[in-house]
Design a protein around this ligand. Structure first.
Ligand SMILES: [Zn+2]
Length: 109
């Protein structure tokens, strides 16, 4: 709890590493442009997923935040959407998961 996680490149807010929504749950400031983009994307993802697991191309905002987490980004990155509850969609990137294995505790295979 005393260790600072990675900072948002726009507002310096911190990642919430254990959040059910996945890697891109951050404590953004209210004025963060990435937060606005992420909020809009989340609303679109709720419609897109419609309660089912689906996929779409990663957004530039997701790329920025994933890069801030230290992931080397492939040219084409796919975001997997997995509805967890009515308000939470877990996003994951299978192409990056091997790079996260060393830093993420694997509680869910
Ligand atoms: Zn931010």
């Amino acid at each position: 709890m005393t260790v600072d996680g990675p900072a948002c490149p726009a507002c310096a807010g911190r990642q919430m590493p254990d959040h059910p929504a996945g890697w891109l749950a951050w404590r953004h400031s209210n004025l963060c442009a990435l937060r606005d983009a992420e909020d809009a994307r989340h609303a679109a993802d709720v419609d897109l997923a419609g309660g089912r697991v689906t996929q779409r191309p990663a957004t530039t905002t997701e790329m920025s935040l994933l890069s801030a987490l230290g992931h080397p980004l492939p040219r084409d990155l796919t975001t997997r959407l997995e509805p967890v509850t009515a308000g939470i969609i877990r996003r994951s990137w299978s192409a990056l998961e091997t790079t996260a294995a060393a830093t993420t505790e694997g509680t869910t295979p």
